[in-house]
Design a protein around this ligand. Structure first.
Ligand SMILES: [Fe+2]
Ligand SMILES: [Fe+2]
Length: 889
């Protein structure tokens, strides 16, 4: 066994390579070539440091002079597989990725078995990658060796360690006597190691597997286990924790790795059935420092080896000790995941687990010209990936990414790379109908309400509350929500950020001056986006700082359960001293429920004429009588509702001087014997009727004006059905929509529509009412549509009046629906801004009476959206050009 240990002190920069005495270089092993360290420009590095790296520590660039350096302990070799984890790489039903390390290069294998004793194990070859790891120098007792450095001369003034120091009281920066001239540095030992990747394939779905790995140079690993996914629809749960961080300089103080390990161990103990664990990044504090990876992975070993880890890269997972250094390959050295984009301090990938589509994003995508946390290529990939998943039938889509769009501490509003992409990322999240976004980075508990996108001009946060909660089983529940919920389970480590906004604007400005652009109103608006959140540690440091001293003994994790159309989120809290009592309790929960959605049937031709044909085709196998109205104004076709109901006749539309071919063909298909033409020559000229079959009886019902035509239609209807009720609607073009909403009333009350002029009844309508013995008038629309005077005129004619209406056309339509069909099985939705397409909708009511609901183009009327969530609803008929109705629910 070769005992090569490359101990490359930083004097290596001067060209001196020092070998440990007795070590022999491996003859067949070329030294690993270390990828070049990515250097950020000084300005970017300083900006980033100010945001993310408040603990001042650097890497020594010069040798000590005149100060005796304590003896250091060389990094020991270890050829027993370590830093071993199972990850998702490929289909979780049949495939699993593995990643581990040893000191020496040798052929290595993975074994996978269905039994614990590894009987009948199948083996898979591993791929070995030599890497150069940087270990912080330690004194002989194993404490990290810090140096107090003169900034000007780069000379070491003295060495010190953290031996005997008190957690939460001491940090290495306190050794600085003069901040202007001194700083703290460390030195690293560069050690060649091997990173292995292996992939198990051809596994059985829904099976617990056991695994071991080994290289030819060392012992076998302990036996780990994982579960394969069962397949779409099978219930499952998974755990989520984040930001274990594990700053090396804290290792002997508040042992972050031990707290992180304990948090996960307790989560898994409480929820042994959880299928896998999501980590949303900042696995370590400084990626360059290998001690942190070793420490975290080894302290978490028992937990890591009983599950699959779905890791996400955090900004710290690429950090070098020096602010400007980036080690983008460190994350993928430790994690075996698919690399969809460049190895860029993380990668993005996705996987499907029992019908849930998980997308892992890389928010370190900021080192190119765009400077965005997520670049263009990644966002385009995200869009295609989610669209493909939806096509494949994914019922839920869950995003995992590190840097939050919404959280209760400062990062989400301050990180520049996040602000640069906020608008387009949130817009895409909305467009892709993402259910849940699991975040990290801000070390605070946060759960938003259900949020939808709005542009910057509406809100600098690009979000509004999209759905209200209902209480089910004592828990806040979203039913078929339109928006997305963003969750951040604080931290699994010991570094906590305060929930600064709750303390008011002055406090925010004090602890994060860069957020001074917030106003009191904006602060309130931002806080209103959250349903739950706080920093559970109450450190006195939070009075003057947003961050604690990495001394929190409160950690959090989340559990998500997907079962029978419900996604339950539970946030748990672990608290107490590792050396004393630690307890776990549930602190928050909420559900998202997806109930069966109604079928959406779009009825649409290339224009309004064809749309009238499509309606007729769908609902009328035959018809003795057909109504023909102009497609150029909507008053006549809307007034035709009562005649359509009386004669069970479809309404078709024609141009003024020419009947569209398809309309003519439809009249023939229906086998119609009679055609009632609504309106005079000005509406539909004789020329348009010339092509009609000669045996068709054609009759006109026409007045000089729309008011008169409506009155003539009403006269015909009342003669036939003897009704004593009429409906009154404002007949000016601006209020046509109310006539459409009236269609259900026409059916239920057997009442025809009359048009008023709005401010008054109008001469012809008043004359009609005087000539007929009626009892009741229902006014459709609020007082802006039909004045009080109009109502009084009706009352003066000895009519009982009733008003159904509200401030606008949308609410008036809802008022009719709620009064006459509060729990409908079917509804018709017409886009009010493309009303002409929907004027023939009343013809559908002969098939089955149902309300006609008006919506706007983008479905922004909350009352309408709420009505369309009625549980009873089985079918929505969508008339006209709107294609986004599915998004309502
Ligand atoms: Fe973090
Ligand atoms: Fe972070």
């Amino acid at each position: 066994m070769f005992k090569m240990l490359q101990s490359l002190l930083l004097s290596a920069a001067l060209g001196a390579q020092l070998l440990v005495p007795g070590a022999t270089p491996a003859p067949n092993l070329a030294p690993a070539k270390e990828p070049a360290v990515l250097k950020l420009d000084e300005k970017t590095a300083q900006e980033d440091a100010a945001l993310h790296r408040l603990d001042g520590i650097g890497k020594l660039k010069a040798q000590a002079a005149g100060v005796q350096k304590p003896k250091t302990r060389p990094h020991p070799k270890n050829n027993t597989p370590n830093r071993l984890i199972a990850t998702f790489n490929g289909d979780p039903e049949t495939t699993r990725g593995f990643n581990w390390f040893t000191s020496d290069l040798a052929p290595a294998k993975l074994w996978v078995s269905e039994s614990k004793d590894m009987k009948n194990a199948r083996s898979f070859e591993a791929i070995a990658q030599p890497v150069v790891s940087h270990y912080v120098e330690r004194d002989e007792k194993g404490f990290f060796l810090f140096q107090l450095v003169d900034k000007k001369t780069n000379q070491v003034l003295r060495y010190f360690t953290d031996e005997g120091k008190e957690p939460g009281v001491w940090d290495q920066s306190q050794e600085i006597e003069d901040r202007k001239t001194q700083s703290v540095s460390i030195d690293v030992e560069k050690v060649q190691e091997i990173s292995y990747k292996a992939t198990a394939r051809g596994l059985k779905p829904g099976t617990t597997y056991y695994y071991q790995v080994r290289s030819d140079k060392g012992e076998k690993s302990s036996v780990g286990r994982f579960k394969t996914a069962k397949g779409a629809g099978a219930p499952f749960s998974f755990l989520h924790y984040t930001d274990t961080q594990n700053a090396f300089w804290n290792q002997h103080l508040m042992d972050e790795a031990a707290y992180g390990a304990d948090t996960l161990a307790r989560a898994l103990k409480m929820h042994p059935d959880a299928d896998f664990v999501v980590h949303t990044g900042d696995v370590v504090e400084i990626a360059e420092v290998e001690d942190e990876w070793v420490d975290l992975f080894e302290k978490s070993k028992a937990s890591f080896q009983q599950t699959t880890l779905a890791m996400t890269a955090g900004n710290h997972d690429e950090y070098g000790i020096n602010y400007a250094d980036r080690f983008p390959h460190k994350y993928t050295d430790h994690v075996n995941v698919p690399a969809m984009g460049p190895d860029d301090g993380g990668t993005y990938y996705s996987y499907d687990y029992n019908g849930v589509h998980f997308v892992v994003l890389n928010t370190n995508d900021n080192k190119n010209n765009e400077g965005k946390a997520l670049g263009k290529a990644q966002l385009e990939w995200l869009k295609k990936d989610v669209q493909a998943a939806r096509k494949n039938g994914a019922q839920w889509v869950i995003l995992n990414y590190h840097k939050p769009l919404f959280s209760k501490s400062y990062h989400s509003l301050q990180d520049k790379d996040v602000q640069k992409v906020r608008d387009e990322f949130m817009k895409l999240i909305d467009e892709l109908d993402i259910d849940l976004a699991l975040q990290g980075h801000d070390h605070v508990l946060s759960r938003t309400k259900s949020l939808a996108y709005v542009p910057q001009s509406v809100s600098p946060f690009n979000a509004k509350v999209a759905d209200e909660y209902v209480m089910r089983g004592g828990r806040e529940t979203l039913v078929n929500p339109e928006g997305t919920t963003f969750v951040l389970p604080n931290t699994g480590g010991t570094k906590a950020y305060d929930d600064i906004y709750r303390k008011g604007l002055d406090h925010v400005k004090k602890v994060r001056p860069a957020l001074s652009w917030l106003t009191k109103d904006l602060l309130g608006e931002y806080e209103n986006l959250f349903a739950f959140g706080e920093q559970p540690q109450k450190s006195p440091r939070f009075e003057t700082s947003h961050a604690n001293l990495r001394d929190s003994k409160v950690q959090n994790f989340a559990k998500y359960t997907v079962k029978n159309g419900t996604l339950l989120t539970e946030l748990y809290q672990v608290e107490g001293d590792l050396k004393g009592e630690r307890s776990v309790r549930l602190v928050d929960s909420f559900s998202i429920v997806k109930e069966p959605k109604p079928e959406v049937l779009q009825i649409q031709g290339t224009d309004r004429y064809e749309t009238s044909v499509e309606v007729s085709k769908r609902f009328y196998p035959t018809a003795d009588t057909v109504l023909l109205a102009t497609g150029e104004v909507s008053a006549d076709s809307l007034a035709a509702a009562s005649l359509s109901a009386l004669l069970k006749a479809p309404i078709l539309l024609s141009k003024n001087d020419q009947m569209p071919t398809k309309v003519l063909a439809e009249i023939q298909r229906l086998g119609a014997k009679k055609l009632l033409v609504l309106g005079g020559e000005r509406r539909i000229a004789q020329a348009a009727l010339d092509q009609l079959p000669k045996n068709l009886v054609v009759e006109r019902i026409a007045g000089e004006t729309r008011y008169e035509t409506a009155a003539k239609i009403a006269h015909r209807v009342l003669q036939e059905n003897g009704s004593k009720t009429i409906l009154v609607v404002n007949g000016s073009g601006a209020h046509d929509a109310d006539a459409l909403s009236a269609a259900l009333l026409v059916h239920q009350e057997a009442a025809p529509i009359l048009y008023a002029q709005g401010a008054t009844l109008g001469r012809s309508t008043e004359a009609f009412l005087k000539a007929h013995a009626l009892e009741k008038a229902v006014l459709l629309g609020g007082e802006r549509a039909l004045s009080l005077k109009t109502q009084q005129q009706l009352e003066a004619l000895k009519l009982n009046t009733q008003r159904l209406g509200a401030d606008n056309r949308y609410l008036t339509a809802l008022a009719v629906a709620k009064a006459y069909a509060p729990l409908p099985k079917e509804v018709i939705v017409v886009a009010a801004d493309a009303l002409t397409d929907g004027t023939v909708a009343s013809g559908i009511l002969n098939h089955h009476p149902m309300p006609i609901i008006l919506s706007d183009k983008h479905h922004t009327i909350p009352e309408v959206n709420e009505f369309l969530k009625a549980k009873t609803l089985e079918r929505i008929y969508l008339l006209g050009g709107e294609r986004t109705i599915q998004r309502i629910r």
